[in-house]
Ligand binder design. Structure first.
Ligand code: ZN
Length: 75
């Protein structure tokens, strides 16, 4: 899904959270602002040009006061 990315400053491909770890990251961020936030309404930038991973909301390019990047899995 192509959405505008606030951090990239342009339209970029985005994906939805893909596992429980990512859903937990988003849930924690989202619930500070919206107690009943639906996690799958959040999208992660997968720009081919840079390692962005900025998280946006389906209806808001900048849902959080500061941009939040999806962390890499810990191995
Ligand atoms: Zn981006």
């Amino acid at each position: 899904m192509t959405y505008y990315c606030h951090t990239c400053g342009s339209d970029q491909p985005h994906r939805q959270p893909r596992d429980d770890r990512e859903r937990d990251v988003i849930r924690e961020l989202a619930q500070k602002q919206k107690p009943n936030a639906f996690v799958d309404d959040y999208w992660i930038c997968v720009s081919a040009e840079r390692d962005c991973r900025n998280i946006r909301y389906a209806w808001s390019t900048k849902p959080f006061e500061a941009p939040h990047k999806m962390p890499e899995p810990e191995e």
